[in-house]
Write a new protein. Structure first.
Length: 311
């Protein structure tokens, strides 16, 4: 939908009315639309609990108001007819929560904050018209993580990349600034959530996970390390570094307790964010079949912190 209009057919709350009229949009997404002012009743913005009497004109406009202009083209590392390679900035959400955007991709544009799925719809609409799912997104990075991402622009690229991720044929290299010194090693420990807990960590209840580490450079009580995940579990690198006593700086879930006191004793500045960056990805090109590799240099906030912390 771009803009839709309805005449209220009776007494009900505005969110309940729209939930009935927009069956492919979740109730939480309806509430988000109302909260950001995308819903007007007789031309007036109303709260979620506003009650319709019947006969009012209800207008829903999904134009993405309030999104700052993003330098999308500056993020492009490589592009061809099958593949788009981007350097995702830290802080950018890859896709909205929930599933309404999967049923109705345009819902990604209705979110109150920018997300990569919505930006792809805006800047690369051909990804959607080509018939690929999820706006071409074939993998994800956590919101605070920066770095290289792959986007499928054709069905053959989508199928090939998803299969390669599934079969672990895509090699990924991350860089992180961590507490202490990491020995070159392979960490093989299951990752998951313990029953009744939200936090992802090393746990016997998790799924098998392996990450190789090597040190790139040393600072004052901290290190710049390279991580090569051999599996693709959620928060895998963060959890594996935490379990060996070298949590990623800027991680509020692992730089806690003794690790937090160790960091404070170093008298270093607070990290600007989670200092984790997806540095390089190597794989077989889905169109040509040739081996390719793409690198996203660490962004300024990452490199500035590392330089400042070594003085």
């Amino acid at each position: 939908m771009s803009e839709v209009r309805y005449i209220a057919d009776g007494a009900s709350r505005i969110d309940q009315f729209l939930a009935r009229r927009l069956p492919n949009v979740s109730r939480s997404h309806v509430r988000a639309l109302i909260e950001r002012g995308a819903v007007l009743v007789d031309g007036v913005r109303r709260s979620i609990d506003f009650r319709l009497r019947g006969g009012e004109l209800v207008r829903v406009d999904d134009a993405p108001r309030g999104w700052p202009e993003e330098p999308f083209e500056d993020w492009v590392i490589h592009e061809d007819k099958d593949l788009l390679v981007l350097a995702k900035p830290a802080g950018l959400l890859v896709h909205p929560l929930g599933e309404s955007w999967l049923r109705t991709p345009a819902a990604a544009l209705e979110e109150p904050v920018p997300n990569l799925a919505g930006l792809l719809l805006k800047h690369r609409p051909a990804c959607r018209t080509a018939g690929v799912a999820r706006c071409g997104i074939v993998h994800r990075l956590d919101r605070p993580t920066s770095g290289v991402m792959l986007v499928a622009k054709s069905l053959r690229a989508e199928e090939a990349l998803l299969a390669d991720f599934r079969e672990r044929r895509i090699a990924k290299v991350y860089r992180a600034v961590v507490l202490g010194t990491v020995a070159e090693k392979l960490v093989d420990a299951p990752i998951g959530r313990a029953p009744g807990h939200r936090k992802v960590k090393v746990t016997p209840f998790g799924r098998e996970a392996s990450t190789g580490f090597r040190i790139v450079s040393k600072g004052r009580g901290i290190s710049l390390v390279e991580a090569r995940p051999l599996t693709g579990r959620t928060h895998q690198i963060r959890a594996h570094l935490a379990v060996i006593g070298n949590p990623v700086l800027g991680d509020p879930e692992t730089v806690i307790g003794p690790a937090r006191r160790q960091f404070e004793a170093l008298k270093l500045p607070e990290p600007p964010r989670l200092l984790l960056h997806a540095y390089k990805v190597s794989f077989r090109h889905p169109g040509t079949g040739k081996s390719v590799s793409y690198t996203a240099p660490a962004p300024k906030d990452f490199t500035d912190y590392w330089k400042a912390s070594r003085k």
